[in-house]
Design a protein around this ligand. Sequence first.
Ligand code: GCU
Length: 412
Amino acid sequence: MRSHIIAIIAALSPLVMIAEDKKFEPNYDESLIPDYALPNPLEGVTQAKQWSAKRIEWLDLLGREMFGVIPKSFTDVNVSSLISSPDKTILNGRGKLRQLTIHLAGQDIKVSLFLPANASAAAPAPAFLGYNFSGNHSVFNDPDIELTNSWMRKKKDNRASAEDRGASSSRWPVERILTNGFALATVYYGDVDPDQDDGFKNGVHAQLGKPAPHEAASIATWAWALSRILDVIESEIVEIDATKVAVFGHSRLGKTSLWAGASDSRFALVISNNSGCGGAALSRRKIGETVSRITHSFPHWFCDNFDHYANNEDAMPFDNHTLLAMIAPRPLYVASAEEDRWADPKGEFLSCLHASPVYKLLGTEGLPATEIPQVNQPIHGQIGYHIRTGRHDVTDYDWEQYIKFAKQHLNP
Ligand code: GCU
């Protein structure tokens, strides 16, 4: 009897999967967007001096209801770091490569630092800090970049391979970054927490424990570790000006850079590249990826409380413009791609627009536009935005804008 039931369930499961897929059929039609009203990020705030208390309210709310708050056990962990390989000259003398290993909650987190040749304690460089998807060795083709031992998605035996040296270099224009006077610090996100729904048994969660429904899931953990890396930069890397670190991320790592920048105001500038649902895009538009879809496909990214808003966006006491508003008045850049409809470019733009009143109250120009610009027509105010031609990716065009924007705001 039992075997019959198992056989029936097995036979039905492909149908169940098809039904699930049907349930998640994305909408791309603007005319089908439901009417919605956004929460006012400035509710009850009329003066700039009231904002810092309001910002904490939003931080607590998005912490408890979306990303998960960092529990006390996280703040008690020891952070230590060591230089794991001596400085190496790269790019015909235009830069230096230094590698660090940070020990954090039982994990070895490898940081590759690319420093402009002339950066020094007397003249520290501003920097970009961002996670990579495929290991530090994929960012820049150098035989000395250490391979991570951490679990890696889409790889044979889930292991990093030397064959992938430089494989993601189109997303990381190291030479251009360095010759414009910036340093780059990059880290493989899987060194912190493997990107899999593993019941929080791996990465820093293995030591810190399974999160309660309001506690930090993977995105919050990745964001928290970015702050710990910034601690190390502040205390140990004299060639980087820690007051001028721009946090950068693409896609799920763009969601992460936004939450890192929103939670830790030491990040001087924040960049979201194609972060989409759960990042810069407004959830209430329900275009492309939705809350229901993302919590179903990636249950480990957000805290369990976020599940309450699947197909229930109007009940959200926030939307993602409040995530952006928490970064105010610091410079913020949001970038979309025309073909990346899954990430809802227009929703990313509207989020910037609706965060803008907070920037304005704090005495900055906010986003100097009211309509989404034409493709490849960037807007650079205190909030920067562009939609470029092409697909979901990080391109030279994106970096051209980020470097220009960061120069304008961080003056290297
Ligand atoms: C998926 C996911 C997105 C995410 C993206 C990425 O497409 O649905 O939310 O941004 O992966 O991180 O590459």
